[in-house]
Design a protein. Structure first.
Length: 315
């Protein structure tokens, strides 16, 4: 693999976790896995950059590093009510104009919005700051529920840990689901989290679901080839179909059918990448019954065909 340069822009006071999300996914070399990314950190003023954790980071590269980036990560912006430095905005716009992908984690969406690149486009941020983002930048289509929004040339994530979701999604987009799953496995992380951030928003404890869907999801994931209906899932959980649908909405932000379809498409991705099985066989193995149905569902979910996906990501 040819290394793709990822440059994170440190902005004082820098959130250590948001920066670590990008560094862990793009910057860590893992035994047995190829290293398709070259990771670097830069700052407007090289030197000691203060962090929210009470220590300074030594950053040796300046904004000139963005001129060589394929992806620029903005790991939070702790002064969302203040205008960003003109030199920073100019460097971001020049990087974007050159073809770099701009990625904002959590409050980094506020800085990215100042470039104008989010105008009339969908973006997200931490649920606690979504209303403020919409108020300050009314031209931005703020999605307060999504864990991340990827528009190709720009991408934004919800708060803190959702930065990992976005970074893993970008790896999946760049190098396929199987490789991203291996990275996630090394991180002891799920390769993809279901639902939106509304399930994590502050609500009264009494409003939170009492029963976890975890055991049911594990049971269903092991039986994808079988005819899994909402009624069968509900029976397994010992509740009515209506109650099950409500629990899925509360805990995952999606319906049981949508969750099941997403798992089947993900399983088909892995088989397309890792095997030479015919599309018809893969469709049966993931519970999508026929090659025609798999093609339709695959195209609707990913915007491509199984054959084209295998051509791009198959080993």
């Amino acid at each position: 693999m040819r290394a793709h340069r990822v440059v994170a822009l440190a902005l004082p006071p820098q959130s250590t976790f948001e920066l670590a999300c990008a560094a862990e996914v793009f910057g860590v070399r893992r035994p047995g896995l190829p290293a398709p990314y070259d990771f670097q950190v830069c700052a407007e003023h090289p030197g000691a950059v203060p962090t929210l954790a009470g220590y300074d980071m030594a950053v040796t590269s300046g904004l000139a590093a963005l001129a060589h980036a394929g992806t620029v990560v903005i790991p939070g912006w702790q002064r969302p009510l203040e205008p960003a430095p003109p030199a920073v905005l100019d460097a971001l716009l020049r990087a974007h104009g050159r073809g770099a992908r701009l990625v904002a984690i959590c409050s980094g969406a506020f800085l990215l919005a100042q470039t104008g690149l989010l105008d009339h486009r969908r973006a997200t941020t931490h649920w606690r700051m979504a209303a403020e983002l919409k108020n300050r930048f009314p031209l931005v289509d703020v999605d307060a529920d999504s864990l991340y929004a990827d528009l190709g040339d720009v991408a934004t994530s919800a708060g803190t840990a959702a930065g990992i979701d976005l970074c893993l999604h970008l790896v999946r987009t760049d190098h396929g689901a199987a490789y991203a799953a291996q990275v996630a496995r090394h991180m002891v992380m799920p390769p993809h989290r279901e639902g939106g951030q509304s399930q994590y928003a502050a609500v009264p404890p009494a409003a939170r679901p009492a029963d976890s869907l975890g055991p049911l999801l594990d049971w269903a994931a092991e039986r994808l080839p079988e005819p899994l209906t909402v009624d069968r899932l509900a029976a397994r959980a010992g509740v009515s179909a209506r109650t099950l649908a409500r629990r899925f909405a509360d805990q995952l932000g999606v319906s049981p059918g949508r969750w099941l379809l997403a798992r089947r498409v993900a399983a088909a991705q892995a088989l397309l990448e890792e095997t030479d099985l015919p599309v018809e066989t893969i469709a049966a193995r993931v519970g999508l019954s026929s090659a025609v149905n798999l093609r339709r569902r695959f195209h609707r979910a990913l915007g491509t065909t199984p054959v084209a996906y295998r051509r791009t990501f198959g080993r």
